[in-house]
Design a protein around this ligand. Structure first.
Ligand SMILES: [Zn+2]
Length: 328
């Protein structure tokens, strides 16, 4: 081989190596980009709430959010409440989305219409009332012309308040009559017996036969495991069969963690736990006894989300329903 040919061969090999390297680098970057995309996709569907866990989507919705309902427990014990209930006549389906966007619900085949031209909706929900705190909450809601949802329990003498909630155009949902976990989750029969009692309580006071419910502790609660292993897995399809729509939450103000928490902390907690840029936010709050600051924090919460472009809606059977992952 002549020297010239050798040179040509060498330079040919060099070019070949350079071309190969370029291809390898390109493939590498393409893969990196693909992976990133996948990560985002996963985030959107699988992410969870900042606080806990996962969330699923629509029907198969699997979201988890335990902390909240424990609140309920706290609330109830504090209250020494005897029973509670709520009732309303709507249902909805939602999936809860944590830090990302929630998948939309499909169950009802409907969904919320867009609001403010942006389609972002926030649902304010109050559990464990009605009590004197409810009066304050209603006043604030009126001031801002905002409609909300009350998942009620049996509260002695609460009939007039139930009627007031109804008069002002809010939704009444059913939470529990006794709100005692050991009773409510003793068996599926016990659960439906308790639910029927709250339902009757609400209907007796307002004439409303509510089909919207919120499980004590949320569908993700693990407290029930202590009384009936596997009961939540059974109850979720059962309530649907009986025509109820259940609602969990994907945001909370933290009032379940104690009484007299400063309004500022409650506002901050709500903002912190709200899924970023989500089209549907369902906020868990409590109007049980001892939750006075919940009403005081309400203006800050309403103003923040109103300024962020959210429309406030009360829940109905066709609303987007956030569902947690089941853990029992
Ligand atoms: Zn509760």
């Amino acid at each position: 081989m002549s020297r010239q040919n050798k040179k040509k061969l060498l330079s040919g090999i060099c070019y070949g190596v350079i071309a190969l390297s370029a291809i390898v680098i390109c493939v590498f970057f393409v893969n990196v980009i693909e992976n990133r995309r996948n990560v985002h996709a996963v985030d959107n569907t699988t992410l969870q709430t900042p606080e806990q866990g996962g969330y699923v989507g629509e029907d198969g919705a699997v979201t988890q959010l335990p902390e909240t309902e424990q609140e309920t427990e706290a609330t109830k014990s504090e209250t020494g409440t005897t029973k509670k209930e709520n009732g309303t006549t709507k249902k909805e389906t939602t999936s809860r989305a944590p830090a990302t966007e929630p998948p939309k619900t499909t169950e009802q085949g409907q969904g919320n219409q867009g609001h403010n031209g942006k389609g972002k909706v926030i649902y304010l929900t109050f559990d464990d009332g009605p009590t004197a705190v409810t009066d304050d909450v209603l006043t604030v809601l009126d001031r801002y012309k905002v409609k909300a949802t009350f998942f009620v329990i049996y509260q002695k003498g609460g009939e007039e308040r139930l009627r007031e909630i109804q008069r002002r155009g809010h939704t009444i949902g059913l939470h529990s009559y006794s709100h005692k976990y050991n009773e409510v989750y003793a068996s599926t029969d016990a659960f439906f017996e308790d639910l029927q009692k709250v339902s009757d309580y609400v209907e007796g006071a307002t004439g409303i036969k509510s089909k919207l419910i919120r499980f004590p502790g949320g569908s993700s609660n693990e407290v029930s495991k202590k009384y009936s292993p596997g009961i939540m897995t059974k109850l979720v399809p059962m309530v649907k069969e009986k025509g109820y729509v259940y609602f969990d939450w994907n945001c909370e103000n933290g009032d379940a963690n104690g009484n007299n928490i400063s309004p500022r902390s409650l506002v901050e907690k709500t903002i912190k736990t709200a899924p970023k840029s989500a089209n549907h936010i369902c906020v868990l709050m409590h109007d049980g006894p001892g939750k006075k600051t919940t009403a005081q924090a309400l203006p800050g919460i309403i103003e923040y989300f109103r300024d962020a472009g959210y429309a406030f809606e009360s829940l109905n059977m066709n609303s987007y329903a956030v569902h947690h992952a089941i853990h029992n």
